[in-house]
Design a protein around this ligand. Structure first.
Ligand SMILES: [Zn+2]
Ligand SMILES: [Zn+2]
Length: 250
């Protein structure tokens, strides 16, 4: 048992104003302020199929005490949402490159996409994202899992209890492979009820995140991660219960 394990309050699924469904207020400095107010130690930035604002949030987090993991919420060809998180921006960008290469190159038409804002760490407008990011990719779940894992990230199926975009509604169950480290449930169900309602969840750790699209939602759902450091490797070890690390539902 290690003596260096701390309890980190984590909300690992937060959108920015880059996501067409994300509110305009979801700007890097305001996201960090809201995370601090909510007492969070660790957040994940996951816009649909894109990490173009993740670096700005990481920069806004510097010196705040909040650690922001860069990532994206990939959409598989089956239509399943998959939360992909990394330690470093270059890893997230490598995954974004794969995602962009496997999307219909449908250019931004804001009538259909909603406005997709790329901003800097202070929330200043830089550009519009040119792609329609809220579309499925042509990669299947195994392909996305393989790519994320090879880059050194963690892939957690998003809000598994949700209709249409949750893995259970699409596949009717949690598949045996790939061997997911953990699963995410939405704000609409408790971990206990999720295990009862969906037996294929088995004993996998369940993360509950806010999936925030507006500021007041940040931290409204959270998971306590008992681990040494706020890294993807430590999160994976917490999922496996290594040396006293663990995932606790708040
Ligand atoms: Zn989603
Ligand atoms: Zn989401």
């Amino acid at each position: 048992m290690s003596n260096h394990i701390k309890a980190y309050r984590a909300d690992l699924h937060i959108h920015t104003l880059l996501s067409p469904c994300g509110e305009l207020e979801m700007m890097p400095p305001l996201i960090i302020e809201a995370a601090k107010m909510a007492g969070l130690d660790l957040i994940g930035i996951a816009d649909h199929n894109s990490c173009e604002n993740a670096g700005a949030v990481m920069k806004a987090a510097e010196g705040s005490g909040v650690r922001a993991l860069p990532g994206l919420e990939a959409q598989s060809v089956e239509g399943v949402h998959l939360l992909c998180l990394f330690d470093r921006l270059d890893q997230a960008e490598a995954m974004q490159k794969s995602v962009y290469a496997n999307m219909i190159p449908f250019r931004g038409n804001y009538k259909y996409t909603g406005e997709q804002f790329v901003v800097d760490s202070e929330g200043e407008f830089l550009r519009y994202c040119e792609r329609h990011i809220a579309l499925p990719t042509s990669m299947d779940i195994d392909d996305i899992y393989g790519r994320v894992t090879r880059i050194g990230g963690i892939m957690i199926p998003s809000h598994i209890d949700r209709q249409a975009t949750g893995i259970i509604d699409v596949l009717a169950m949690i598949p045996q492979t790939p061997d997911f480290d953990a699963l995410e449930i939405s704000a609409n169900i408790t971990p206990r009820d999720a295990r009862i309602r969906f037996p294929s969840v088995g004993s996998k750790p369940l993360f509950q995140n806010s999936d925030a699209h507006w500021l007041s939602a940040i931290g409204s759902r959270r998971t306590i991660l008992h681990m040494e450091h706020r890294t993807v490797g430590e999160i994976k070890q917490a999922c496996r219960g290594i040396d006293g690390r663990r995932v606790e539902n708040a």
